[in-house]
Design a binder for this molecule. Structure first.
Ligand code: ADP
Ligand code: ZN
Length: 363
C-alpha cells in the first residue's frame, strides 16, 4: 500500500490516505477493524450493500445501509443513522467506516462529526468522484430544500482507503462525473495533467489501473495543497477548487438535481472559461482546447433546455463566494492556473459579460 499523509495543522487534523495494492476486503479492512479498540460500524448504500454483500459478510463489523443516491443525503437520514447507532449501543469508542460515493462520504462524515460529540472516521470512497473529491478535505454535510450541502461541518477522516478496483463496477456515467473533477484540477493547477489527459484517452476508457491511480494521486495532491493552505475556505486559496461550480450548482438546482453533478460542472467550467476569455485573461484557442478535451471524453456540454438568465442569478444567491449579495467567480489565467486576483482567487464579473456567458452556454 502506498501512503500519503495530509497534515492540516490549522485544522489540527491529519488524514492518512492509503492506495491499496492488494484487495481491500481481504486484507486492509479486516486489519483496520481488528486494530481498532472498540466497535466498528460500516455505513454504505443499498447498491453497494448488494454488490459487495459477500465481501461485507465476513467482516467483524455491523453493516448499515441507506438508500442510494443524492435524495437520501438529508437531515432525516442523518437522524435515522444516529438512532440506529444509538439503538445498537455504540458509544464514543466506535469507529465509523463510510463505504460509498460522495453521498456516503458526506453524510457519514457529518454523522461522525456529531455522534457522541465526534467519533473516529474512516472513508472508503467507491466512485472516482469521491476518490478525488468528496473523501478528501473534511467537508461533510447534507442537502435541504434550500440547496445542496447547506448544513454541515468540517470534520477530517483519520484515514481514507482508496482501492481503484471499486471502479470496475461503477457505471460509465458515474466514472465520467469523476473525470470532470480531474479535468477541473488540471485547469486550475496543472497544465502537465491537462496534456496527459489529452494524450491518454485510452487509459481512461480501458480503466488502466496505473493510469487511473496516477490521476487520483495527482488530483489528491492538488486538492491537498489547497486544503493545507486554507482548510476552512476562509482565505481564498481553497476557492479555486470551486472552479465551474458557481454556475454548475445553479444549473443542478434549475434541473432539479436530475442533471449529473459532473455534467453541470463541466458546463459551468466552460462558461467560466468563456468569461475568462471575455475578461482578457484566457486566449480563445485555449477555450477551444478545453472544449475539445470534454468532447474527447464524451462529456456532454449542451443543455437540453435553456434557462432564463434571471433564474441563474437567483441560483447564485447562496454561493459561498458572494459578498454583499454580489456573486464572484473563479476564473482561469491560462490552462493550468486559476487567476489569483490578489489572493482572493475569485472576482466579480461585469454584468454584460456574465449575461453573454450565460447566453453562450444556453446556445
Ligand atoms: P458521487 O460519488 O457521484 O457523489 P453517489 O454516492 O451518489 O455519488 O454514487 C453514485 C451512484 O453510484 C450511487 O447510486 C451509488 O450507489 C453507486 N455506486 C457508488 N460506488 C459504486 C461502485 N463502486 N460500483 C457501482 N455502483 C456504485
Ligand atoms: Zn464538484
Amino acid at each position: 500500500m502506498h501512503e500519503w499523509v495530509l497534515k492540516v495543522p490549522r485544522a489540527k487534523a491529519k488524514t492518512t490516505i492509503w492506495f491499496c495494492q492488494s484487495p481491500l476486503f481481504a486484507t486492509h479492512l479486516p486489519e483496520l477493524i481488528a486494530t481498532h479498540q472498540g466497535p466498528c460500524a460500516i455505513i454504505t448504500d443499498a447498491t453497494l450493500k448488494k454488490l459487495y454483500a459477500k465481501q461485507l459478510q465476513g467482516l467483524d463489523a455491523k453493516v448499515f445501509s441507506i438508500p442510494s443516491g443524492e435524495t437520501a443525503k438529508t437531515r432525516e437520514t442523518k437522524a435515522y443513522l444516529e438512532d440506529l447507532l444509538l439503538s445498537h449501543h455504540l458509544g464514543r469508542d466506535t469507529l465509523l467506516i463510510g463505504l460509498g460515493g460522495g453521498v456516503i462520504c458526506d453524510i457519514v462524515g457529518f454523522v461522525a462529526a456529531t455522534y457522541c460529540r465526534g467519533v473516529s472516521l474512516v472513508l472508503i470512497p467507491t466512485t472516482l468522484l469521491a476518490m478525488v473529491d468528496a473523501a478528501i478535505g473534511g467537508k461533510t454535510g447534507v442537502n435541504t430544500p434550500y440547496g445542496k450541502n447547506t448544513i454541515g461541518s468540517f470534520y477530517f477522516p483519520d484515514q481514507v482507503l482508496i482501492d481503484p478496483s471499486f471502479l470496475q463496477t461503477l457505471p460509465k456515467q458515474e466514472l465520467r462525473n469523476g473525470l470532470v473533477e480531474v479535468i477541473k484540477y488540471s485547469l486550475i493547477a496543472s497544465k502537465p495533467l491537462f496534456v496527459q489527459l489529452q494524450k491518454h484517452i485510452n487509459g481512461f476508457a480501458s480503466l488502466d489501473v496505473a493510469w487511473i491511480k496516477h490521476l487520483i494521486q495527482k488530483s489528491i495532491r492538488i486538492k491537498g495543497k489547497d486544503i493545507r493552505e486554507d482548510p476552512f475556505e476562509q482565505k481564498g486559496r481553497r476557492r479555486i477548487l470551486n472552479y465551474g461550480h458557481t454556475i454548475g450548482h445553479a444549473l443542478e438546482k434549475l434541473e432539479e438535481y436530475r442533471m449529473p453533478h459532473g455534467q453541470a460542472v463541466a458546463i459551468g467550467m466552460m462558461a467560466a472559461a468563456f468569461m475568462s476569455c471575455e475578461m482578457g485573461f484566457l486566449r480563445f484557442e485555449q477555450l477551444e482546447e478545453i472544449q475539445a478535451l470534454f468532447q474527447q471524453y464524451d462529456i456532454p456540454l449542451k443543455l437540453k433546455k435553456t434557462h432564463p438568465i434571471d433564474a441563474f442569478l437567483t441560483g447564485f444567491a447562496l454561493d459561498k463566494k458572494a459578498v454583499k449579495g454580489s456573486v464572484r467567480f473563479v476564473l482561469l489565467k491560462e490552462i493550468g492556473a486559476a487567476h489569483p486576483f490578489e489572493g482572493e482567487y475569485c472576482t466579480e464579473v461585469p454584468f454584460p459579460i456574465l449575461e453573454k456567458a450565460l447566453a453562450w452556454m444556453n446556445r
